[in-house]
Write a protein that binds this ligand. Structure first.
Ligand code: NAD
Length: 491
């Protein structure tokens, strides 16, 4: 039988205790059927360990624990108590930041540079949520002197949360933080490829004094655990981040019990460089926009558009800068891009390289695996692309970018908006009027001007079009986890 905690030594020599059980009702427990699944280190393709695999019956137990915690006090607790719990959790994340960054790099393959950035945003975001707990306000509505009418915002109940493998801990915080701040309880399924940080964070949930059953973690597979979260009658809301295909399916499945659904899905985001931009800075931003987190970013700026008069210059600078980025062991200082997260993912990326080449696009740099062990891919730039090519239309979710040429503002706006997605966009220009005009006309949930992949805990994030429903972070995230009750009294 698998022990509930095993020592793991990170490649940098640090040893820590990794929980392997499901986290239900405040305790780590084996799954009912004692099934386990393997967790792989993407940098070595070797097994790290096994963790217990939840099944439907485990989900049912977790939901019952979450419902009990909701009914027995968490939802009606003094909001200051919820705030203190979240703040304490944020401090514990900070105290364990290096271990958590190491776990994330081990499990996901991302460079320490990326994992450290994730962990820093996690603690800031949890603090921000802690600050919201006692600021969930309703309204008094003047409806004449014979009635008193007011609204309040109440929590939804037990929330099912399903997260992907590209930002395991960050997505955990974007889901758990606002749900808890507003008095909900959660049953969260990490991605099967990356369950480790959510389990380690559960130890911190215990230490933070968060009552039993408020947070439950059920590692397992989408088709089993994910489906059960979407059909369970006691789950009132499903919050999902992942592919648009799975998001569509989740919406349909959750419809039978009319659950509220928020979705943060895929993208194919345009990143536009105008001739008047600071070109050196723009080149760094377009590289950061696509190669950060090994390109496994839903809002990656995967379609770059460069104005014709500076096209060749930008392409040359982009090639040189890209070739200067260090790819390799995520634990080596100075490495920018680590491994892709799974065999499936690297296969998909290399397939797209073939698709692009067959479609007639030109590989400017990269286009192949890096090394023969581990899921490493060279950052890849495609030029000479046509807008109807699959590499321009479809989300690749890897370090692959296409570069297209445009001449006028109207032309680039129509190219940028020619997508079923609408998650993010980038604009690089020194002209404020142009920045505002183009920001207004781009169909995307986030527009970055002279920056990219630049997140702040107070700024909402989410998609237009098929990139999703609802917003995470900022005040908007609280709307996802509250419902309005109207009270009208005759006096
Ligand atoms: P996915 O959408 O299938 O998985 C994301 C999460 O959903 C995982 O936790 C998974 O277990 C769960 N899931 C899968 N099937 C489910 C179901 N039927 N019901 C409920 N939950 C289910 O993504 P993937 O297969 O891991 O990756 C496929 C592609 O999705 C990637 O190549 C990438 O293009 C995209 N993706 C996007 C994001 C994003 O943030 N937008 C994140 C991850 C993956």
């Amino acid at each position: 039988q698998l022990p509930l905690s095993v020592p793991v030594t990170l490649p940098n020599g640090t040893t820590y205790e990794q929980p392997t059980g499901l986290f239900i009702d405040g305790e780590f427990v084996p799954s009912r059927q004692h099934k386990t699944f393997e967790v792989i280190n993407p940098s070595t393709e070797e097994e790290i360990l096994h963790v217990y695999e939840a099944r439907e019956d485990d989900v049912d137990i977790a939901v019952a624990a979450a419902k009990k915690a909701f009914d027995n006090g968490w939802s009606t607790a003094d909001p200051v108590f919820r705030s203190q719990c979240l703040y304490k959790l944020a401090e514990l994340i900070e105290n364990n930041a290096e271990t958590l960054a190491g776990i994330e790099s081990l499990d996901n393959g991302k460079s320490l540079f990326c994992s450290r950035a994730d962990v820093a945003l996690v603690s800031k975001y949890l603090k921000s949520c802690a600050g919201w707990s006692d600021k969930i306000f309703g309204r008094v509505i003047d409806t004449g002197s014979d009635h008193f009418s007011y609204t309040k915002r109440e929590p939804l109940g037990v929330c099912g949360q399903i997260i992907p493998w590209n930002f395991p801990l960050l997505m955990w915080s974007w889901k758990v933080g606002p749900a808890l701040a507003t008095g909900n309880t959660v049953v969260l399924k990490p991605a099967e490829a990356t369950p480790l940080s959510a389990l380690f964070a559960s130890k911190l949930v215990q230490k933070a004094g968060i009552p039993k059953g408020v947070v439950n973690i059920v590692p397992g597979f989408g088709k089993i655990v994910g489906e059960r979260l979407c059909t369970h009658p006691d789950i009132k809301k499903v919050a999902f981040t992942g592919s648009t295909a799975t998001g569509r399916h989740i919406m349909k499945t959750a419809a039978d019990t009319v659950k509220k659904v928020t979705l943060e899905l895929g993208g194919k985001s345009p990143n536009i460089v105008f001739a008047d931009a600071d070109l050196d800075k723009a080149v760094k931003n377009i590289a950061f926009g696509i190669f950060f987190n090994s390109g496994e970013v839903c809002c990656a700026g995967s379609r770059v558009y460069v104005q014709d008069t500076v096209y060749e210059e930008v392409l040359q600078k982009f090639k040189e800068y890209t070739e200067s980025l260090k790819v390799g062991n995520p634990f080596d200082e100075g490495v920018f891009q680590g491994a892709q997260t799974s065999q499936m993912q690297i296969d998909k990326i290399l397939d797209y390289v073939n698709v692009g080449t067959q479609e007639g696009a030109r590989v400017v740099t990269g286009g192949e695996r890096d090394g023969d062990k581990g899921y490493f891919v060279k950052p890849t730039i495609f030029a000479d692309v046509k807008e109807d090519m699959r590499i321009v239309k479809e989300e690749i979710f890897g370090p692959i970018v296409t570069v297209s040429k445009f001449s006028t503002v109207d032309e680039v706006i129509s190219m940028a908006n020619d997508s079923e997605y609408g998650l993010a966009a980038g604009i690089h220009t020194k002209d404020v009027n142009k920045a505002v005009d183009v920001s207004n006309r781009i169909k995307a949930g986030t527009v970055w001007v002279n920056t990219y992949n630049d997140f702040h805990q107070s700024v909402p994030f989410g998609g237009f079009g098929q990139s999703g429903i609802g917003r995470e972070m900022g005040a908007e995230a609280l709307d996802n986890y509250t419902q309005t009750k109207a009270v009208r009294m005759s006096i």
